[in-house]
Ligand binder design. Sequence first.
Ligand SMILES: [Zn+2]
Length: 155
Amino acid sequence: MATLRFSSKALTTFNLEMQRFPNLEVGGVLLGYIIDEDTIFIKTASEGGPKAIHEEFYFQADPNYIDMIIDMEYANSEGKVVYLGEWHTHPQIHPEPSPKDLLSLTEIAESAKLFSILFIIGAVDYQAKKFIDQSIAILKYNDEKTFYTLEIELD
Ligand SMILES: [Zn+2]
């Protein structure tokens, strides 16, 4: 699997969350499905939720809100749309995962069926048209040590 494709709805959520919390980290979960062996589709990117923690260099989603979104998307799609990973912003132009990000990706991948994804957006000077330029998608399989970088595309 080499490409991560985002719906325009997911893109809108990224933009709105960044506008809502300027200069603070925002994030949430990624929900979607595997299209084929080369493409993973992100249908929905969630907000952080009402009790999310937004700081300049830290973000933590509201776990109850996240659980509710995951259950809702799963039920509404009859099990097609599932949790695939997490997203958050960094106060960088070209974001790089922190050691803590990679550790947390390793942990979520361990409890995943197959893999988990971490998607990071650089919020400094961000514009929607720079989306692909200013973001990074990392995939980790639950049974491998390697981190893979995914191509990013828009639906
Ligand atoms: Zn991070």
